[in-house]
Design a protein around this ligand. Structure first.
Ligand SMILES: C[S@@+](CC[C@H](N)C(=O)[O-])C[C@H]1O[C@@H](n2cnc3c(N)ncnc32)[C@H](O)[C@@H]1O
Length: 301
């Protein structure tokens, strides 16, 4: 995108050039990503670009766009460049401290909202483990009228992003954030809850070669990896959860189809859970585990 070229950089020409450049850089959805970046740089809707094809962006906005195209060309995800991502039709601020919210994770929200509908309790008490951007906790706070959510994360950087999202969605009265390891992050003597939701890290370090380079290079390793096989953190969660759940309460967590069988075995072999089921994602893959706590806990449960 040379500045000295004779032709002027209209919106149409910027889009054409950038789409081609992204396509050559093996970026999927090259045209879409070019449009998203240009619309953001021009502070307009993507659709509006089509009525402004002959316009020349002002130099400051053009400079911003050029810098962003360079970053995207170097592999940085669009969400980190523009600083936000949509999840469950809500906008979440993101930066390199947090996983970029994924559509699969919306199924955790769907399962939790469904379960909440079956409960008479007020407030419905929920824990979100590994909250990251806060996308699950904040979305539940917007969807469940009477709820109190404790959201934990081990990463202080992630909690700073979650705090910003809690504030921007005005759910401070419903969502409280705690730093620490899994459920140990919660204050001693916390009341048991109706459900624990989580999208924990679940990629095994032995699978690292199969992970997309863009993900590996830019998203936080602590949000992605869990032991050699991907189940280390989930095992701890399954072990800890019953003591924090009310009888009949649910542990709802996302995992990958690769470790799904192992996760189901872990729940089924734990007498503190009475039943378990699996929800599929938008691609029809097994994605979300829903485990119901038994009425009684064994002494060691
Ligand atoms: C896969 S990300 C999910 C983030 C967010 N809930 C989402 O769905 O987009 C996992 C999150 O768990 C956090 N995490 C990793 N290990 C943890 C631990 N031992 N205790 C608490 N949080 C942890 C990471 O910092 C990261 O934010």
């Amino acid at each position: 995108m040379s500045e000295t070229t004779e032709q002027q950089w209209t919106i149409q020409r910027l889009l054409d050039w950038t789409s081609e450049y992204f396509a050559k850089s093996t970026i999927g959805n090259a045209r879409l990503e070019a449009e998203v970046l240009l619309a953001e740089a021009l502070n307009c809707q993507r659709i509006d670009l089509y009525t402004r094809f002959d316009e020349l962006p002002d130099p400051d906005r053009l400079a911003t766009f050029r810098a962003w195209v360079k970053r995207r060309g170097a592999g940085e995800p669009v969400a980190y460049i523009v600083g936000h991502r949509e999840f469950y039709s809500l906008r979440f601020a993101v930066d390199a401290n947090v996983l970029i919210p994924r559509p699969e994770t919306e199924h955790v929200v769907v399962a939790a909202v469904e379960f909440a509908k079956s409960l008479d309790a007020r407030p419905i008490r929920i824990i979100d483990v590994g909250t990251g951007s806060g996308c699950i906790a904040v979305t539940l706070a917007t969807q469940i009228e009477h709820c109190k959510i404790a959201a934990t994360d081990v990463s202080e950087g992630a909690l700073a992003v979650a705090r910003a999202n809690v504030a921007s969605h005005a759910v401070e009265d419903k969502v409280k954030l705690f730093q620490g390891d899994l459920l140990n992050a919660l204050p001693h003597g916390s009341q048991p809850v109706h459900m624990i939701v989580s999208n924990p890290p679940y990629i095994g370090r032995l699978e690292i070669e199969t992970v997309d380079d863009q993900v590996k290079s830019h998203e936080p390793a602590i949000a992605l990896f869990s032991g050699d096989h991907g189940t280390e953190i989930i095992e701890q969660l399954i072990q800890q959860a019953p003591r924090y759940l009310l009888p009949g309460g649910r542990l709802i967590f996302e995992t990958s189809p690769i470790v799904m069988e192992k996760c189901l075995r872990l729940v089924q072999s734990n007498p503190a859970f009475a039943s378990v089921s699996v929800d599929k994602d938008y691609s029809g893959l097994p994605r979300v585990v829903v485990a119901t706590r038994a009425d009684q806990l064994c002494d060691d449960g």
